[in-house]
Design a protein around this ligand. Structure first.
Ligand code: NDP
Length: 335
């Protein structure tokens, strides 16, 4: 039994010494419980928030406690009539090779369902893209939808759903390889490299009719370049602000709040933050639509697979730096 413990809270960017690999005997399932062997562990930017004790919508990980996260795994022993040995489940059971659960909150996977995508396109990031874009963004045919972190777990889906709704999809991603993938493989109309000089100009050229929906994943300089491009009645689902997660102090420079609110007023912008489970009522719709789109090939998806639970900390640190290319998962045991 291997587990990753948080040994200290990161001050800015997490470092390897914030984590420790602990080994011990495999736990046993008790009465009414099941034992799960982890196959894939999901790594997600929100975990940076759980490592901090700042007030948030979810309780932090305790120092000395197991890192939290969702995994897919196989039931290897069961004293619970709802779960049979050999079935696969997804659940929030933490960064560990084996987990004991009473079954509460677990989602059963269909037999033969691919495992890693169950944590991405067919899991929480998929639901985030689907609900944030459709409920708040509400893209219409002919409109321009812009999304940041466009090759990532959520962003890659946002642009493709926008295209399915008849909108023009423009991405923002870090580096030429990611941008090429977003356009050539995922079918976005354009993708701008936020690491190359002239991002603001390039964005303007890629959005000649302005921006009707901006799906915000990053904040910071990317948002500042997008903000002047908003059309009247534009919508901005605020999904994440990853450029700020490791931030320790406010950036220097002029206070742009007055300009922002002037634009909100005069352009009648809708800026709305959300957490995926705000839209739990749409889960059945998401599962139906996304499964159909993946099956038909209308939605493509890419996973960034890292081997070995011991590599979860470095993969997580890399995720916050943009070193992932697609939905980040750790392969803990072979499929
Ligand atoms: P991704 O797979 O997109 O990985 C994160 C990506 O963010 C990196 O690959 C990198 O891409 C980009 N990035 C990192 N730092 C910066 C920066 N300073 N400026 C611009 N881009 C940066 O992660 P997810 O798809 O899982 O998550 C995307 C966002 O959605 C996150 O902010 C996350 O917190 C949020 N989220 C919110 C949910 C909710 O319920 N509200 C649920 C799920 C996710 P690149 O190389 O292209 O720059």
């Amino acid at each position: 039994h291997r587990r990753i413990i948080m040994t200290s809270r990161p001050k800015a960017e997490p470092t390897p010494d914030n984590f420790r690999l602990e080994e011990g005997p495999v736990p046993k399932a008790g009465a009414g419980e099941i034992l799960v062997r982890t196959k894939y562990l999901s790594l997600d930017p929100y975990m940076r928030g759980r490592m901090s004790d700042a007030a948030s919508y979810a309780a932090p990980v305790e120092v000395g406690g197991l890192m939290q996260g969702e995994l897919v795994g196989e039931v290897v022993s069961s004293d619970n009539e709802k779960f049979k040995v050999g079935e696969h489940i997804a659940g929030h059971l933490g960064w560990q090779s084996h987990a004991v659960s009473n079954g509460k909150g677990l989602r059963k996977l269909d037999a033969g369902q691919p495992l890693a995508p169950s944590l991405g396109v067919l899991g929480m990031p998929g639901m985030t893209a689907y609900t944030g874009l459709l409920e708040i963004g509400q893209p219409k045919a002919g409109e321009t939808v812009l999304v940041a972190a466009a090759s990532g777990a959520v962003g890659q889906l946002v642009g493709q759903i926008a295209k399915l709704k008849g909108a023009r999809a423009v991405g923002i991603a870090g580096g030429p390889e990611k941008c090429r993938y977003v356009v050539e493989e995922l079918g976005f109309d354009a993708c701008i490299d936020h690491k190359a000089p002239g991002m603001a100009e390039h964005l303007k050229e890629a959005c000649p009719k302005g921006v009707d929906v901006y799906f915000e994943n990053v904040g910071g300089p990317v948002f500042e370049a997008v903000f002047p491009l908003f059309n009247f009645f534009a919508r901005m689902p605020v999904c994440g602000l990853i450029s700020q997660y490791n931030m320790t102090e406010l950036p220097a420079g002029p206070n742009k709040v007055p300009q922002l609110f002037r634009a909100v007023l005069t352009k009648r912008l809708t800026i709305r933050g959300f957490i995926v489970w705000d839209f739990a009522a749409r889960e059945a719709d998401f599962r139906r639509d996304m499964a159909a789109w993946v099956k038909s090939g209308e939605i493509k998806h890419r996973e960034h697979i890292v081997d070995g639970l011991e590599n979860a900390p470095s993969a997580f640190i890399g995720l916050l730096r943009g070193e992932n290319f697609g939905k980040t998962v750790v392969r803990v045991a072979p499929d």
